[in-house]
Design a protein around this ligand. Structure first.
Ligand SMILES: Nc1ncnc2c1ncn2[C@@H]1O[C@H](COP(=O)(O)OP(=O)(O)OP(=O)(O)O)[C@@H](O)[C@H]1O
Length: 350
């Protein structure tokens, strides 16, 4: 059963130079209880997509077009108040990158969990809500007495666990986990991720897991969507993305994390920088960095095409993937010959 359908979402930021097209024609579906990995470089639009679902966005953000259907409710039609009362925390919650930013420093962590529970559930006493917070702490491996501590009294890993308690206290149907372990020590990263997965399974919640590290989503996700330059350039079930990717950007990402799948074990990073998102112009946004770009790629924006069941790719050369895949594993391919000049049409006072 489908839980979330994002259809043609265009979420832009207003800026002095024009609109920053941070989420540009996004199409995604998520089943109940499923985990979707949203992967891509910094600035590709992952956070924007996730935050659009619960409208936790800065003032200059604007939904220009599209729809976000959460279990039959059109999120873009809700008022801020309706969204706060019906969806945020209760149905869809978020574990941010750095838990310290998610907590209010002037209240104890327990007070904040109690407040969320009592705001959304009628007739729960303070004592009962606190007991639930303590039980969650216990389950997450934190001494329950620490509900009386302030956020700054927690270590990074413990604050992240406390954030998981806050995100799960209302048993949401969807968890948005935005790089939930990046700010932590590598040693505890896996443990925190395991904890999130265990709790997710216990509550039968769906999850959107955001990361720049494709090896993280390869192990934890049912489906993977690859973001580049404000678009989802490829999406499929996790095994297909790891073993049979078709988009050159995904092929490049695999090389940057050589410990996954059957990819070459040599680390090769993709040269170049992400595209300008103000007025990006026509053509594939990856063309300036793509070793396989042809004339058409520079001129015509590729439409999404479905290959096997649910494997959707935006690339003019996706049907040649079997030939391109071995080439993409060679360093020379990425260092290759001179590519045409990037010629984005800049700025303009539109
Ligand atoms: N408030 C804002 N105003 C203008 N542009 C913004 C704003 N917030 C983000 N952007 C731009 O939108 C684009 C997408 O940003 P977003 O944070 O969604 O990407 P991301 O993939 O989540 O990156 P990261 O991994 O660094 O969080 C980037 O080009 C970013 O510079």
């Amino acid at each position: 059963m489908t839980l979330l359908t994002i259809d043609g979402l265009q979420m832009y930021y207003r800026s002095e130079d024009g609109y920053v097209r941070a989420a540009d024609d996004i199409n995604l579906e998520l089943e109940r209880g499923q985990t979707l990995g949203l992967v891509g470089e910094s600035g590709s639009g992952k956070t924007t997509i996730a935050r659009s679902i619960i409208r936790l966005l800065p003032d200059n953000a604007e939904v220009v077009d599209g729809s976000i259907d959460f279990d039959g409710t059109e999120i873009t039609d809700l008022t801020d108040r309706e969204l706060r009362n019906q969806i945020r925390w209760q149905e869809v919650s978020m574990i941010p990158q750095n838990a310290m930013n998610g907590f209010d420093p002037v209240y104890t962590v327990g007070q904040q969990i109690v407040q969320v529970i009592r705001h959304h559930e009628d007739g729960v006493s303070k004592a009962d809500a606190k007991e639930r917070a303590r039980a969650l702490f216990d389950e997450l491996g934190i001494d329950p007495d620490r509900v009386d501590d302030y956020p700054h009294q927690f270590s990074g890993g413990m604050a992240q666990r406390a954030m998981i308690a806050l995100a799960l206290c209302l048993e949401p149907r969807l968890i948005l986990a935005d790089e939930p372990t990046t700010a932590l020590d590598v040693v505890i990263q896996d443990r925190i991720l395991d904890t999130i997965k265990e709790m997710q399974a216990e509550y039968d919640s769906a999850m959107i897991l955001i990361t720049h590290d494709i090896s993280v989503v390869s192990e934890t996700s049912d489906r993977i969507a690859v973001c580049y330059g404000g678009r989802i350039v490829e999406q499929a079930d996790a095994a297909t993305i790891i073993k049979n990717p078709r988009h050159p950007y995904t092929l490049g990402l695999r090389n940057a994390f050589p410990d996954i799948g059957d990819s070459n074990d040599e680390l090769i990073s993709i040269p170049g920088t992400p595209p300008e998102l103000v007025d990006p112009g026509e053509g594939c946004r990856f063309a300036p960095r793509c070793p396989f770009a042809e004339e058409e790629c520079w001129e015509v924006t590729p439409e999404p095409e479905e290959y096997d069941d649910g494997h959707i790719v935006e690339c003019h050369r996706a049907d040649e993937a079997d030939e391109l895949r071995p080439l993409a594993e060679q360093r020379e391919t990425w260092m290759g010959e001179e590519k045409p000049e990037t010629a984005p049409i800049q700025g303009g006072d539109d």
